[in-house]
Design a protein around this ligand. Sequence first.
Ligand code: RFL
Ligand code: PHB
Length: 389
Amino acid sequence: MKTQVCIVGAGPSGLLLSQLLHNQGIDTVILERKTRAYVLTRIRAGVLERGFVDLMRLAGVGKRMDDEGFIHDGTVIANGQDHFRVSFKDRANDHVVVYGQTELTRDLYDERERTDGKIIYEVDGVVIHGADSDAPYVTYVKDNTEHRIDCAYVAGCDGFHGVSRKTIPATVRREYEKLYPFGWLGVLSETPPVHDELVYSRSDRGFALCSMRNENLSRYYVQCSLSDAPDDWTDAAFWDELKARIPDEFADKLVTGPSIEKSIAPLRSFVTEPMRWGRLFLCGDAAHIVPPTGAKGLNTAASDIHYLYYALVAKFKDGEDEGLETYSEKALARIWKAERFSWTTTMLLHNFPEQGAFDLRMQQADINFLKENEAAQTVFAENYVGLPF
Ligand code: RFL
Ligand code: PHB
């Protein structure tokens, strides 16, 4: 088989790139290890920056997001019983859109299907060959048969555990990683959200986040030990812990109910450099991971797709190489800023086992500064709504 761009991974990054290129008449094939149904069971991000929203619209898949997504003009930050609001509208003249990753992935799958996109599911043993040559190709196994796709470029959109990143030789690849000594236990429940905006809460018992998907679907998280398993937490234990970590004003009106999904995600910061090797381009989680505190995971994928999409269009339509040549540099410049924001918000709001009395005072001073200082709120708001591409 032949295509112009072979995309490894049918998560949001791969699907979005494929749809955008299709709309420009550029042919792609996506290889996905799992089934569509499996990808759609993964409950992940919920907050979209303008850059992501704009790309969804450009791809022609923004309708349901525009109809059903919720515009958030600010967020609440709580510290013990105290809490304050940071207005994105006043401080950054912008907003974010609350629309689940599951929903936008479904929209992308539907549109790819409607427009005859080629997605090959349940592939094994993907290998990227000759990425540093003029004639790359990708092999994979499906139904016990090996297949080959010849292409001009490969987009590695296969997430943190994929094969694309590891295709770049260790002598070329530099990796930067920070592991945090805790995870987030997340619960999805068919209950009305406790508040109409997100509540990020620091407490002596650890961090908690109140988020949502819609009027009757809430997403809550509590910081937990890395040794915990989701089944260690009964629903009752989860709700008790959440209530103990948010101000009484919110805890008193929290509506609880059975969890319909419960999972634990470890927190990690990770960046690989470079994001391009010859004709292979890494996008999204394949190249970088952030702790979820700043809601940046999915949004950093969007900036990669933005740079790669325009670079590929310039190459295929006008023969211009500049966008492809500078892809890694441009993508990484923005990634490191999102890494910084995710890292600082994680440090600001979590309990760290090694934290001494001085560190605790610094954390308190940092939160109070954010509460009282307009410039600090502007910095927070500009980063939260997303820095320009
Ligand atoms: P994805 O979504 O991981 O998709 C990669 C796809 O590649 C497939 N794949 C392969 N296919 C073929 N061959 C192989 N060898 C393959 N290896 C993997 C996988 O099956 C999958 O379908 O990466 P993508 O598209 O870059 O999207 C990135 C986002 O999914 C990610 O940044 C966010 O979801 C991160 N994230 C969160 N971000 C937020 O902004 N807010 C959150 O609350 C949030 N929660 C989360 C998260 C990530 C999590 N992970 C990765 C475990 C919670 C979790 C649990
Ligand atoms: C979510 O709704 O899943 C969510 C929202 C904001 C975050 C992290 C996760 O910072």
